[in-house]
Design a protein around this ligand. Sequence first.
Ligand SMILES: [Zn+2]
Length: 371
Amino acid sequence: MTHHNVLSLTEQLIAMPSVSRDSNVAITDFIERLLTAAHWQTERTEYIDDNGERKANLVAKLGTGQGGLAFCSHSDTVPGQEQDWEAFVPQVRDGRLYGRGSCDMKGPLAATLVAVLSVDPAALTQPLYIIVTADEELGLLGAKHLVAHSALLQASRPTYGIIAEPTSLAPVYSHKGFGRIFATATGKSAHSSTGLGVSALLKTAPFLNDLHAIADLLEQDKTFHNEMYTPPTQTLNAMIETEPTAINVTAERATVRVSFRPMPDSRSPEIHQLIIDSAEAHGLDVTENYIAPLFCPITADLVQAAVSICGRQPTTVSFGTDGNYLKNVIEQLVVLGPGSIAVAHTVGEYVPVAELEEAVTIYTRLINHFC
Ligand SMILES: [Zn+2]
């Protein structure tokens, strides 16, 4: 059996750039080879993204039958910002491993790989899975594709799933979802000196007025809050894009882009509909998407096992994960991984080496418990 070291494997993955705007095929090939060399069964679902780049999701399985335990990660990262640091040259200093993706989430991914590769296949009573998606940083596009196209996941239906995103090794049983409403007004473009134009932007004004009232309502009315989260609110955000942008031309198109973060038991579907209804009542064209929050009851056996194995209390986070889609094929999901989300996406992103090593121990115990 091959023995892998979590630090050196993370360094290898960091040195293999996989920024979301580029293809992730090379890193996916590398991970797939590690697993097939250990006799895992693998399946890929692939697609070509909007920029013509080839993207790959990977599902790997050890053992047979349904159920079992899955470890879920994404292989893409945010851009390296290489002008400010050596993002793709991993460096260890003061017990920390620095590099783009060290905590989000090549370190966590490496910890899951080292844990599963140390398992004796003959001792397994339930199947084990590794899931690695593309384009998590671009709105969970890879996970969405995977859930729709993976025959292996549809047939296997893992019972338990660990999303290895950085939580400083605290078990996270719930995170917020994401509501998105784009409302577009159409006007008529003309040189503003002619008086012949119709401003699309001004047509959005009544909707913005409603939105302002809805935002206030969400902050003030406690029935839209959930005290399990920090902050306990749905944090509505709005942006406007106009075309064209010159000051002396009337806007042909104006799109108000609204987002908020749904929580369980907080009337979130109602809010989503309220925003859509307002936009439509004011004659705007709407496209929308609603991703429900992730939630696993604290009493579920996965949360209970994670809490007792980690020795840390269950908690919630406000960021989203692939769990928003993976919950359609995996019964219970907990987010649990090394590193802090506070340094993810930053220049100087790092993961504490001790947490990487502790993660391997925790994942190994979870495997022994469930498989
Ligand atoms: Zn991530």
